[in-house]
Design a protein around this ligand. Structure first.
Ligand SMILES: Nc1nc2c(c(=O)[nH]1)N[C@H]1C(S)=C(S)[C@@H](COP(=O)(O)O)O[C@H]1N2
Ligand SMILES: [Mo]
Length: 166
């Protein structure tokens, strides 16, 4: 009798959970350095990086306030793990950002570096205070660009790669 109650209670709780299928994984971005997997940029790592706010508009649209983290901080703190000045072979590094549909764009490492191009690309997770929906959960925003070709939607990986060669 007692067991029957416990079993039915367990089923009552467990069945709907089972029927709902696996709990979706928290959104995260794969970080790679020279082809090797590094950290996973999950919500915890994301929360540990300084927040950045930018105002930017796609051509013909009114500006939005985007918030997230600097792409440069993601590259520095998670892939390269160094604040050393960029020089030598590292000048031939590039960062490749990929979206869920396979769309890819690149930035030269120096382009993002504050001592060189200082392009303030951000990995945004909110627009006008709301979480990103169909273009999210993460979208790259490049405020200085006149066109939105580098504003990669639903970012899935960020890779630091090396273009050095003969
Ligand atoms: N993942 C992904 N992001 C993408 C693209 C794409 O094809 N896939 N197209 C880019 C281009 S060329 C433009 S102009 C903008 C369009 O963004 P919108 O749909 O918000 O206007 O997204 C950019 N980001
Ligand atoms: Mo575009």
């Amino acid at each position: 009798m007692k067991y029957g109650l416990i079993v039915s209670l367990l089923l009552w709780v467990a069945l709907p959970v089972y029927a709902a299928g696996p709990v979706p994984m928290a959104p995260s971005i794969r970080l790679m350095l020279d082809g090797k997997p590094g950290d996973v940029l999950d919500q915890k790592l994301m929360a540990s990086l300084p927040r950045v706010t930018v105002n930017a508009a796609e051509p013909g649209e009114k500006p939005s306030t985007w918030q997230g983290v600097a792409l440069q901080d993601v590259v520095r703190r998670t892939c390269v793990a160094s604040d050393a000045a960029l020089w030598g072979r590292a000048m031939a590094r590039f960062i490749r950002v990929t979206g869920a549909d396979g769309y890819q764009v690149v930035f030269g490492a120096a382009e993002l570096d504050p001592d060189f191009g200082n392009v303030r690309a951000i990995l945004a997770d909110t627009r006008d205070g709301e979480a990103l929906t169909q273009d999210g959960p993460y979208r790259l925003i490049v405020p200085g660009d006149k066109r939105a070709g580098r504003w990669v939607s639903h970012v899935t990986s960020i890779e630091v790669m090396d273009a050095w060669g003969p």
